[in-house]
Design a protein around this ligand. Structure first.
Ligand code: GUN
Length: 285
C-alpha cells in the first residue's frame, strides 16, 4: 500500500502557481485577488476559509476574506456578491458553503460570473463540464484528479465508484472522470448492494460525510481509495474511510488529514490563477 500524499502534491501545485504569478508580477501585471465570502460562523468553514486565505498569501494572491453576519438576509448577500463580482480588481469569487439555513445557496452561487467562478459551482460551469467545454472544475474533484495523475495512476478505462452525489464533489467528480474516459458509477444513500458495487471498483472515491463509512469488506484487493471526508469526532479528525482496515487492501490510499483537503485548497489557487490569466486577456505575455 502506498500513500497518496496530498500535502506534498498540493505544495508542488501551489509552487507552480506562485512561480506563474511571480512571472506576471515581474512584468508589471496587477495583483491577482480572490474574494472569499463566508456567512455566519460555522466552525468547519472557519478552518477552511482560514486555510484558503493562508494559501493565497503563500502563493501571492490577494485573499479578501469577507465574513458576513449570520443575520445577513438573502437580499443583502446577493447585493454583496454582485458588488464584489463587479470589482475589476477581483479575479475570483467564492461563497463558502454551507450557508446558514435561511439562505438559498443556489441563488447565491449562481450570481458569481462564470469567468470568476473559481469554485465551479454555477450551472454554467457544471454545464461546460457536461458538454466538454473549457471551464472551471470544482476544486475537490480537480484536486483529486491532479493527485491521481501525480502518482501516475491511469484513469482511462478504469471503473471508478463515487459514493456521494453532491454538487460540490460527487456530480462534478463523475463528469470530470467521464471526460478522463473512466467508467463511472455514482452511489448514494438509496443505492442498494453498495458493497458489491464498491468491491468491483478500480478506484473508490468516498464523499459521504460519515466517519469510517467505507470498511475493508467493501474494498477489492488493489483498489485505489480516495477519502474526501473530514469528520470531527472524539478521536479527532477522521475520514469517511476506515483507514486501518482499508489500507490492507488498497494499492494507494489518501490519508486524513494530508490527503484531499490540501489538494482542494491548492486547486483553488490554480483556478484563481487561471481566472486571472484569462481576465488579463493576453496582456503581459
Ligand atoms: N464547502 C465545502 N467544500 C467547499 C468548497 O470546495 N468550496 C466552497 N465554497 N465551500 C465548500
Amino acid at each position: 500500500m502506498a500513500i497518496l500524499d496530498g500535502k506534498k502534491a498540493a505544495a508542488e501545485l501551489k509552487e507552480e502557481v506562485k512561480i506563474g504569478l511571480a512571472e506576471y508580477y515581474s512584468k508589471g501585471a496587477p495583483k491577482c485577488n480572490l474574494a472569499i465570502i463566508m456567512v455566519g460562523d460555522n466552525p468547519a468553514s472557519e478552518v477552511y476559509v482560514r486555510n484558503k486565505a493562508k494559501a493565497c498569501e503563500a502563493v501571492g494572491i490577494g485573499g479578501k476574506l469577507v465574513k458576513l453576519s449570520e443575520k445577513t438576509t438573502q437580499k443583502e448577500l446577493e447585493l454583496f456578491i454582485k458588488a464584489i463580482s463587479n470589482d475589476k480588481s477581483v479575479h475570483g469569487v467564492l461563497v463558502q458553503l454551507p450557508l446558514p439555513a435561511h439562505l438559498d445557496e443556489t441563488r447565491a452561487t449562481e450570481l458569481v460570473p462564470t469567468q470568476k467562478d473559481v469554485d465551479g459551482f454555477t450551472a454554467q460551469s457544471l454545464g461546460r463540464l457536461v458538454v466538454g467545454e473549457k471551464g472551471f472544475l470544482s476544486c475537490t474533484p480537480g484536486g483529486i484528479i491532479y493527485l491521481l495523475k501525480k502518482y501516475k495512476i491511469v484513469l482511462s478505462g478504469k471503473h471508478v465508484v463515487i459514493i456521494g452525489r453532491s454538487k460540490i464533489v460527487g456530480k462534478p467528480m463523475a463528469l470530470a472522470l467521464l471526460n478522463e474516459n473512466c467508467t463511472v458509477t455514482v452511489c448514494h444513500s438509496k443505492t442498494r448492494n453498495l458493497a458489491k458495487i464498491t468491491k468491483s471498483a478500480d478506484i473508490i472515491i468516498c464523499a459521504v460525510g460519515k466517519p469510517k463509512f467505507l470498511t475493508s469488506d467493501m474494498v477489492g484487493f488493489g483498489a485505489v481509495v480516495v477519502d474526501v471526508g473530514i469528520n470531527r469526532t472524539e478521536e479527532g479528525l477522521v475520514g469517511d474511510v476506515d483507514y486501518e482496515g482499508v489500507n490492507k487492501y488498497a494499492s494507494f490510499i489518501t490519508p486524513v488529514p494530508g490527503g484531499v483537503g490540501p489538494m482542494t485548497v491548492a486547486y483553488l489557487m490554480k483556478n484563481t490563477f487561471d481566472a486571472y490569466v484569462n481576465q488579463l486577456d493576453g496582456k503581459y505575455e
